[in-house]
Design a protein around this ligand. Structure first.
Ligand code: FAD
Ligand code: SF4
Length: 496
């Protein structure tokens, strides 16, 4: 699709609005209203900056998009929302121009709408079930629920004053939350509201989890994440950074010696997986975690001012096809690589990355190598990467994940010359907490086992949620798990 500027999109939206008889719209009229595209930076411009790619709807665009909603009585979209936002209600409020009410409706169910509106895979969640998308036989034509959520969250940040959240009187009970990603943030807020004392322990020097260290600035500006952390602090949550639970103090020490009544583990899945192929230890091979953490958390993209360096590559390969791979590839583009090769052994249909991110990566010039995989990495006499040997693949029958199994084609080897390789094939749970907490049960993938109703672990009064339980999943699922755990924790604390 060719690039359309924000001004042009705004003009089109105003023209549609002028001709809409909003009071008397029937379902068939709503189905004719054109979907509102998200204004974004020109791909040729954004390749050279770290600013946010998507710019966000104007109020007129949001209103037009909201008028597309059919206000279905059974609201199938809500079934696809892991935290149960009342979607038709907040969309109707936008259509009527009652933006503050729309904020309030969303906030009843979701604590981080500005984040979720930007990074949730809506096309696989709420929008997948949307009646409009089904009627138009195209999920891409569903009501743009995520864009509307983002619009309303940004409107609140610009227009509402400081948000006041009621905290119940102090109970004297203490809760330790390990990890400050979406799961930990959700638990901290929901437990603090009940008047309990909450301390959030974070290993890094800045709180926010993957929202800070993994997802790049151009997809999720860091001031949005820090706004949420500030709100937590304003609620009275204590945040202890540079505190590695299992090293600084262990979980049993927090519970037995530091007076915490209950603990929640939301330590995520931050341990990178490697391919275990020849050459993976050469200079110039990085895990996506290290590459992205340097760029996002340490702001190494700002080469002159950053305290940490990041590789200056001209020809770089990213191995993988998920969000982490897309983020790494698009970061490499912005760091000035002339050629960015994304190598994925299945086809585009099997890619786990969000469709929007794949489209954006293509627009920004990332070269996609589908049905190809790296067999070995090779280097020069100084052990620096000089290239990769790849194999071509074809798809066979579906495997355990339901995706068609990639099968290597014999004698299909070929070479790509490179100076850096980023491995982005997945993350596992960090074993530190299970290793230092006797009696904490984990499954064969290292994820903590919890009661599916209460999120309590094999140790009484210790709960867990998010990626450490689900494996690498999504922001909204981590929040949903956190909400469930918080409810159970609040109930338990009344009994202690
Ligand atoms: P995390 O966000 O991982 O937070 C865990 C925190 O715990 C971290 O800050 C970590 O430092 C801290 N910690 C770990 N061990 C300890 C310890 N021992 N002591 C103290 N602190 C500790 N999801 C989406 O929905 N949409 C996306 O577009 C998307 N893109 C992604 C891009 C990248 C690059 C990555 C890596 C993930 C992406 N995800 C995306 C997945 C999503 O970010 C995660 O599912 C989500 O952040 C999990 O939340 P969490 O709270 O469980 O853990
Ligand atoms: Fe609106 Fe789609 Fe939800 Fe129906 S399913 S209420 S059209 S968003």
């Amino acid at each position: 699709m060719s690039y359309i500027s924000k001004d042009e999109l705004q003009k089109k939206a105003c023209a549609v609005l002028e001709n809409l008889d909003c009071e008397n719209l029937k379902a068939k009229d709503r189905m004719q209203i054109p979907l509102q595209e998200m204004p974004s930076q020109d791909p040729m411009v954004r390749r050279h900056n770290m600013q946010e790619v998507a710019i966000g709807y104007t109020p007129e665009q949001a209103k037009v998009e909201a008028e597309r909603c059919l206000q279905c009585k059974n609201a199938p979209c809500m079934k696809g929302c892991p935290v149960g936002i009342n979607i038709p209600k907040f969309i109707k409020e936008i259509a009527e121009g009652n933006f503050q009410q729309a904020v309030d409706t969303i906030k009843l169910a979701s604590l981080l709408p500005a984040v979720c509106g930007r990074v949730c895979p809506q096309e696989k969640q709420c929008q997948l079930y949307c009646t409009l998308g089904k009627a138009l036989k195209d999920v891409d034509k569903s009501v743009s629920i995520g864009r509307l959520e983002r619009f309303i969250a940004d409107w609140e940040a610009e227009n509402s004053g400081a948000v006041h959240i009621d905290i119940k009187p102090a109970t004297g009970k203490k809760v330790a939350v390990v990890g400050s990603g979406p799961a930990g943030i959700t638990v901290a807020a929901d437990v603090r509201r009940e008047g309990h004392e909450v301390t959030l322990f974070e290993a890094f020097h800045k709180p926010g989890g993957v929202l800070m260290y993994g997802i790049p600035e151009f997809r999720l500006p860091k001031d949005i994440v820090q706004r949420e952390i500030t709100q937590l602090k304003d609620m009275g949550v204590k945040v202890e950074t540079n505190f590695v639970v299992g090293r600084t103090l262990t979980l049993p020490q927090l519970l037995e010696e530091e007076g915490f009544n209950v603990a929640f583990i939301g330590s995520g899945a931050g341990l990178p997986t490697f391919m275990n192929i020849e050459g993976e230890n050469l200079v110039g091979v990085f895990s996506a975690n290290e590459y992205l953490t340097r760029s996002n958390l340490m702001r190494a993209f700002d080469r002159k001012n950053a305290a940490t360096p990041i590789i200056q590559s001209n020809r770089i390969a990213i191995l993988g096809g998920g969000n982490v791979a897309m983020d790494s590839a698009r970061t490499a583009v912005r760091l000035g690589a002339e050629e960015v090769h994304l190598i994925y052994r299945r086809s585009e249909a099997e890619m786990p990355a969000r469709i929007e991110e794949v489209e954006h990566a293509k627009e920004e010039g990332v070269i996609f190598h589908l049905l190809e995989n790296v067999k070995r990495i090779f280097g020069d006499e100084d052990d620096c990467v000089t290239g990769v040997e790849c194999l071509r693949y074809e798809l066979g029958e579906p495997d355990d994940s339901g995706r068609r199994r990639p099968i290597a084609i014999e004698n299909s080897e070929f070479i790509i010359e490179l100076d850096a390789v980023i491995v982005a094939i997945g993350n596992k749970s960090n074993p530190l907490i299970p290793q230092t907490t006797s009696g904490l049960e984990i499954n064969k993938w290292g994820n903590i086992i919890v009661d599916s109703e209460t999120a309590e672990t094999s140790i009484k009064n210790v709960y867990a949620g998010g990626d450490i339980v689900l494996g690498a999943a999504t922001v909204i699922l981590a929040m949903g798990e956190g909400r469930k755990a918080a409810e159970a924790i609040n109930k338990r604390l009344t009994e202690l």
